[in-house]
Design a binder for this molecule. Structure first.
Ligand SMILES: Nc1ncnc2c1ncn2[C@@H]1O[C@H](COP(=O)(O)OP(=O)(O)OP(=O)(O)O)[C@@H](O)[C@H]1O
Ligand SMILES: [Mg+2]
Length: 368
């Protein structure tokens, strides 16, 4: 089923005033899609999800599930009458019930046919690959296992939409990775439209079909993970999704045919010229250059090949952070500092180095 959110605004009111938690947000999650809401703490992800679930009254906009309007400011379908399953960060399993009883509780609440309840419970325990754990209490299960039970309970009554709010954030790093894969397999099997909330960019990248980035209650940008990473539209999106060098710039000349612009970047007493690329002319009035650290190459890495003549600067390695599978370096070109990523620790602190970037990898976005 398709979930459509149009111009959603939610304000939490109190005596002292109000917090605009969600501000005019619109998106659509298509049938079977895994749609993520991604953004920093407090940007309105949970509020958006709770509005779709029917747990919050909305102030403006419309929420539609498969063509049926379930929420407007004036009218709201009750949560239990929306065809939705919910999974929370805290799992929210009943501690005094076994895994099986937790699932049964959900089936009863949704009037699942009595005769079919036992077989349905076995089915979903199989789905989460925990067929033998049905009689355990939550306290007798690991965090990852509890989360799988919570998932089984959420999909047991075959809702058409699944909402998940940071479901993996209580797990440790390795478990989280394993659970992501498992989650994808389970969702694939169920084929359910899913809206998934996370503040973890890596998680969003790994699991999402489509992602909406939120910033302070507002839409920042929507796209596939690759679109967002390669074509961020703002400095916020560029830096929230991965590492980025961000340099406010002024434009000196524009080559419209090739979408190239010659810019000046200044910091302190240093000014450098930079050939950049852009997608939309509207950014040229107030641009910031975005360069990913992996797109800057130091001379030491070029294996003797000619280093380009334009967009090449001499600098000094200020710092080297060894991270195992890659090394991050800070290179000072006068007062301008570049973050550079190399797959081998080829640079030493204090070393003089020439660095270069292809104009196609120096993307101008609007400073906003
Ligand atoms: N019940 C409430 N009353 C008043 N303000 C609230 C309430 N719930 C949330 N807020 C505020 O609304 C804004 C959005 O909160 P929300 O919980 O949706 O953010 P979030 O993106 O889910 O953050 P996190 O990643 O920390 O979970 C925040 O500024 C928050 O303080
Ligand atoms: Mg939240």
């Amino acid at each position: 089923m398709t979930v459509t959110v149009e111009n959603l605004t939610k304000i939490y009111r109190s005596d002292g005033g109000g917090v605009v938690a969600v501000d005019d947000v619109s998106f659509e999650a298509d049938q079977g899609e895994l749609f993520t809401l991604l953004g920093p703490s407090g940007c309105g992800k949970t509020t958006t999800l709770r509005s779709i679930a029917g747990l919050e009254r909305i102030d403006e906009g419309t929420i539609t599930i498969d063509g049926e309007t379930v929420a407007t400011p004036g009218a709201s379908v009750k949560p239990e009458n929306r065809d939705i399953g919910l999974v929370f960060q805290s799992y929210a399993l009943w501690p005094h019930m076994t895994a099986r009883e937790n699932i049964l509780y959900a089936l009863k609440a949704r009037d699942w046919p009595k005769d079919d309840r036992d077989s349905r419970i076995e089915e979903v325990l199989d789905l989460i690959s925990l067929p033998e754990m049905g009689d355990r209490y939550p306290s007798e299960l690991s965090g990852g296992q509890q989360q799988r039970i919570a998932f089984a309970r959420a999909v047991a009554y075959e809702p058409s939409v699944l909402l998940m709010d940071e479901p993996l954030s209580n797990l440790d790093f390795k478990q989280r990775r394993r659970m992501r894969r498992l989650l994808l397999e389970m969702l694939d099997e169920v084929g359910i439209t899913t809206i998934y909330v996370t503040h973890d960019q890596e998680e969003a990248f790994e699991i999402s079909d489509e992602t909406l980035v939120l910033n302070q209650g507002e839409e920042a940008q929507q796209g596939t993970p690759q679109q967002l990473y390669e074509h961020p539209q703002t400095p916020f999106v560029a830096s929230f999704l991965g590492e980025a060098n961000l340099f406010p710039a002024s434009v000196d000349a524009v080559d419209r045919a090739d979408r190239r612009a010659r810019c000046t970047v200044s910091e302190g007493s240093t000014r450098i010229e930079m050939e950049c690329t852009y997608r939309d002319e509207s950014v040229l009035s107030n641009p910031t250059v975005v360069i990913r650290p992996e797109d800057i190459y130091p001379e030491a890495r070029t294996d003797g090949a000619a280093v380009r003549e334009t967009n090449r600067w001499s600098g000094t390695v200020d710092h080297r952070f060894y991270r195992g599978s890659f090394t991050q370096n800070l290179v000072d070109v006068g007062d301008i500092q570049f973050k550079i990523k190399t797959d081998k620790p080829v640079l030493d602190e204090g070393e003089d180095v020439a660095i270069a970037v292809d104009p196609g990898d120096a993307l101008l976005v609007s400073s906003g």
